[in-house]
Design a protein around this ligand. Structure first.
Ligand SMILES: Cc1cc2nc3c(=O)[nH]c(=O)nc-3n(C[C@H](O)[C@H](O)[C@H](O)COP(=O)(O)OP(=O)(O)OC[C@H]3O[C@@H](n4cnc5c(N)ncnc54)[C@H](O)[C@@H]3O)c2cc1C
Length: 226
């Protein structure tokens, strides 16, 4: 059985499976270890839906990441050839003096995110199930919606495997040793996988570190782990 790979990913849920797919698409030899058989109901990705929205308050980085994620989810949906995103829109409701709604509006204007401001009567007409106080105001983010969470993990798995990534289900990582860029992943007594310090893995680590640092300079430096 093969034991050496360019990249070993421990945990093949939403994040890991997607990382595995993109790395394999870039030519890396990828091993994905998971304690269960993804998608499954023992992690964070379980169930049908996860909200996808863009107009976040707080750090601008979050909105920028959400917009970038939306682009990648859309590409993934095309590559998978099956529905993964439902653009139902997302409605935020608050009082007219809500600082969160004001910040959302400001962020939307800044990033060109379509946001419709609605009165309580507008919302009642559009969604008759809602009974709201007259004083409430709504902000409807039209292009937001939800991802089909388990289907996203399945799609990434299928596409990753099509790019020769190896998924080992029911193989929990027990111990990790990293020394001078070589990583040894122990999955049980006498069971060991190696992430070798090949030119390919060095190139990928460099490329991903540069991309990450462009997004957030607080990410840790150095080491042999992507
Ligand atoms: C109820 C709920 C609602 C949410 N709603 C939203 C939402 O609306 N919008 C949104 O964007 N996000 C939402 N999230 C968050 C989102 O689902 C998570 O951020 C995302 O699924 C996390 O992905 P992950 O890869 O970190 O975790 P997971 O998908 O859980 O993947 C982790 C994987 O690691 C495996 N694992 C664990 N230990 C080991 C080990 N030792 N060895 C090998 N494998 C191991 C697990 O089996 C699992 O498959 C929600 C989360 C929950 C729980």
């Amino acid at each position: 059985m093969r034991t050496a790979y360019d990249v070993i990913i421990a945990g093949a849920g939403s994040m890991g499976m997607s990382a595995g797919y993109y790395l394999a698409s870039q030519g890396a030899e990828v091993l994905l270890l998971d304690a269960f058989n993804p998608p499954h109901t023992f992690g964070s990705h379980h169930g049908d839906t996860r909200l996808l929205r863009h107009a976040y308050t707080g750090s601008r980085t979050y909105t920028e990441m959400a917009l970038r994620a939306d682009k990648l989810w859309t590409e993934l949906e095309q590559a998978a050839g099956e529905p993964l995103i439902v653009r139902s829109g997302v409605l935020n409701i608050g009082t007219p003096d809500s600082s969160l709604l004001a910040a959302k509006l400001e962020r939307s204007n800044e990033y060109g995110i379509e946001l419709e401001t609605l009165s309580s009567a507008d919302m009642g007409n559009r969604w008759p199930g809602l009974t709201l106080r007259d004083s409430y105001t709504g902000m409807f983010e039209k292009r937001a919606g939800y991802l089909l969470s388990e289907a996203c993990v399945s799609a990434c798995r299928r596409l990753a495997e099509a790019q020769n990534a190896v998924v080992r289900p029911f193989t929990p990582l027990r111990r990790l040793e990293a020394e001078r860029g070589d990583v040894r992943a122990h999955t049980g007594p006498g069971r060991l996988y190696r992430q070798s310090r090949s030119a390919q893995s060095r190139r990928l680590v460099r490329r991903h570190r540069t991309a990450s640092e462009a997004t957030d300079s607080r990410l840790p430096q150095g080491g042999g782990l992507v």
